[in-house]
Design a protein around this ligand. Structure first.
Ligand SMILES: [Zn+2]
Ligand SMILES: [Zn+2]
Length: 360
């Protein structure tokens, strides 16, 4: 065996050993922790058939999205009144539990795709969520804070001191902050699709074969680190009040759950304002021309302005989503964490699979 092959086989066996505990945990989560929830949620499926084509279903489809957006801003300001202006680890977990208790049953009641009710990817998403939370709080946050403080101090902490329109209606301020934040997010997201190196990191988010309320958080932690620094610096110069940042955070999290939800929402004009379930489904399309559109994370009008908006009238996005031409893209927790480092190898293997297919 050549030296090169020996190194390859050493890495292969190390990877297999390292992957074992993750695979076992994923199996335990799927078989035992998720089983009672799956059993309960499946009880809703016959009800979904019963309400098919009824006025009740239509009312749900039209009202849930705007109702939630209004409600989360209202609750956000109520929390501010109660003295909360900082998001905590426990608060985030609690928020996601509340989201899950509402979104998961509704996705079974009014599903956009029945195929997407399959929850095989969920254990990986759960591990990614907690991994992210840990990485975000203990690694990203201090690095982000140190970088932003350094940049702001070096340039001038006074810049932008009077920019923020404090006198505006607070709800308007929330919407303004959401839009400004998303302007930076839009360009970062577009860059991740247009540069192959950046795509190798962002592909983790597009690896999912289904969309549901929870997997908007599926992404590589390094992507999160770079993005939080990139948006954090300009936002630090804006000096928006802490309570506006807090409520904008809650609104952003709510929009994020809807962006990936499998609920068959009819958003109407909101499809042209927010990154909605319908326009974001096109973003996850296997077709490059559809996938390279609708980059908005919270709002969608930057796409409309910069010519990347895709929402053909009278059409429904396909539920066959994921990364085209890469059936070998990893789907396990460790595989996804290492995928950006192995991207060239995965791509070479995928090309070999395609060539073999054509030969047959
Ligand atoms: Zn993307
Ligand atoms: Zn997405």
């Amino acid at each position: 065996m050549s030296n090169d092959n020996q190194v390859k086989s050493f890495w292969k066996s190390t990877y297999k050993v390292l992957e074992k505990p993750f695979l076992i945990s994923e199996k335990i989560v799927y078989r035992f922790i998720m089983a009672p929830f799956r059993w309960l949620l499946e009880k809703i499926d016959p009800l979904a058939e019963k309400i098919e084509g009824t006025l009740f279903r239509k009312i749900l489809q039209v009202s849930i999205y705007p109702l939630f957006l209004v409600l989360c801003v209202y609750i956000g300001f109520e929390l501010v009144r109660g003295g909360y202006t900082i998001r905590s680890f426990l608060g985030t977990i609690l928020l996601f539990l509340v989201f899950g208790a509402i979104f998961a049953p509704l996705e079974h009641l009014i599903p956009f795709s029945k195929k997407w009710l399959n929850d095989k990817e969920t254990p990986t998403d759960v591990m990614l969520f907690f991994g992210h939370k840990f990485w975000g709080d203990y690694i990203n946050a201090p690095i982000k804070l140190a970088t932003i403080t350094l940049v702001v101090q070096e340039i001038s902490p006074e810049i932008g001191r009077n920019i923020w329109p404090m006198g505006f209606n607070p709800v308007l301020q929330v919407f303004l902050l959401l839009s400004v934040k998303d302007f930076f997010r839009y360009w970062y997201h577009r860059w991740m699709h247009e540069s192959e190196f950046m795509w190798s990191w962002h592909a983790v988010h597009h690896s999912s074969t289904r969309l549901y309320w929870f997997n908007g958080t599926r992404s590589h932690p390094i992507e999160g680190l770079i993005s939080s620094i990139l948006w954090g610096i300009p936002l630090a110069f804006i000096h928006a009040p802490a309570e506006i940042v807090f409520v904008t955070g809650i609104l952003g999290r709510t929009i994020g759950r809807f962006q990936h939800t499998n609920m068959d929402i009819l958003a109407g004009p909101l499809d042209y304002i927010f990154s909605s379930p319908k326009n974001h489904r096109y973003h996850h399309s296997k077709k490059i021309e559809e996938g390279n559109s609708n980059y908005g994370g919270d709002v969608i009008f930057w796409d409309i302005l910069f010519g990347t908006f895709h929402l053909p009238k009278g059409e429904t996005p396909s539920d066959d989503i994921g990364i085209d031409g890469m059936p070998n893209y990893p789907q396990t927790f460790l595989g996804l964490m290492l995928a950006p480092f192995n991207y060239r190898k995965i791509k070479r293997e995928a090309e070999a699979i395609e060539t073999n297919k054509k030969r047959m």
